[in-house]
Design a binder for this molecule. Structure first.
Ligand code: SER
Length: 352
């Protein structure tokens, strides 16, 4: 895949084809509203629909699975709402590409699959990749060295919960290994684990979680097996493969900026850049939430939707007071995503 011709739909296809060739079954995205799971408001990652396969409450239908999962992080443990627009890579709505193993394979194959997709299919330069592992996970450290051939100083041991992923206050969890892309020394930011790690130089593109435990408050119990849960944000990998530092500079957003500019009769310059970004991000959340029947209200999911609509509206008003345009933008989001998420089109009138 050449950098210049990368766009989000090619990336989805390359990901799906690679894992299908490697014996994975594709499972459709589950809804944003998790079924039968009161522990979270919204699906915040690819593993949510498989929670009971991890805990052993349900028998997995397949050993190896891949999904492209629609996710929302705007409430609960994983909440990115306040950061949206101000950073290059936080979103309320995003898509997560993930492969999962329910006994088919564990660390070695998960690492090897991720490495091969990034370096042999996406053709990323291995010298631009940095790995983190959980400090106590010596095995992952050795496997990364063997599989990637990277030197030890590029495989960083992290002792914080940045490298111990959990779904929420309860649920499956385990040590994780993250893959970072180096945007180059001209970009401000330090290596993972340093005090400048939140800069934009090193961007996390893929998280490989080795699910071994189930969390109940502070207590951890063993899961019935050793499983794999990985997640790669489509918006981030799209930015990297398009040679961009900011997720908003990709095809997942540019079509909306064009329409916002038309509807507000404004130019997307530095004065309104953040407003454009917030509107586009929030609009996607609004469309996807409402396509599942969520309505604005004073509590729970409806309250999250109300806050998102209010913020989107406020950002339109900052460009042009009292302008009503969100409803006019809905169809553009649907057009962009309807080939992947079939539920959107039939909800168009309702959402508007
Ligand atoms: N569950 C992990 C995450 O959200 C990997 O998919 O990062």
């Amino acid at each position: 895949m050449k950098k210049s011709d990368s766009n989000s739909s090619e990336i989805r296809n390359t990901f799906l084809n690679f894992f299908k060739k490697n014996n994975h079954e594709e499972v459709e995205s589950s809804p944003l509203i998790p079924h039968n799971d009161p522990s979270i408001l919204f699906t915040n990652s690819g593993m949510v629909q498989f929670k009971k396969w991890f805990t052993g409450e349900e028998k997995p239908l397949f050993d190896n699975v891949i999904t492209i999962q629609k996710c929302l992080r705007a409430g609960g443990k994983h909440n990115d709402l306040e950061n949206v627009g101000f950073t290059p890579r936080h979103h309320t709505f995003f898509e997560m590409l993930g492969n999962f193993s329910f006994g088919g394979y564990f660390k070695e194959e998960a690492i090897s699959l991720a490495w091969n997709l990034l370096t042999k299919e996406f053709l990323l330069d291995k010298n631009k990749l940095i790995i983190t592992v959980y400090k106590e996970d010596e095995n992952s450290f050795k496997l990364w060295k063997k599989i990637s051939g990277l030197s030890s100083d590029r495989i960083i041991k992290i002792s914080t919960d940045d490298n111990f992923w959990s779904m929420g206050e309860t649920g499956p969890c385990g040590p994780c290994s993250e893959i970072f892309y180096d945007n180059g020394s001209e970009v401000e930011g330090g290596l993972p684990g340093t005090k400048n790690q939140d800069g934009n130089r090193f961007v996390e593109i893929w998280n490989l979680v080795f699910m071994e435990y189930e969390k109940h408050g502070d207590a951890l119990k063993n899961l019935p097996g050793k499983f794999v849960d990985t997640g790669m944000g489509l918006e981030r990998i799209s930015a990297v493969l398009s040679g961009k530092i900011n997720n908003y500079d990709t095809d997942l957003f540019d079509y909306l900026f064009e329409k916002i500019s038309l509807e507000t009769n404004s130019k997307m310059n530095d004065d309104v850049l953040i407003n454009y970004r917030i509107i586009s991000d929030h609009l996607k959340s609004i469309v996807f939430m409402m396509s599942e029947g969520v309505l604005p209200s004073n509590e729970g999911r409806g309250y999250v939707l109300r806050r998102i609509i209010r913020r989107a509206l406020l950002n339109v008003y900052k460009i042009k007071p009292n302008l009503i345009i969100l409803n006019k933008l809905v169809d553009h989001v649907i057009e962009k995503y309807r080939g992947v998420y079939y539920e959107l089109e039939k909800a168009s009138l309702f959402i508007k």
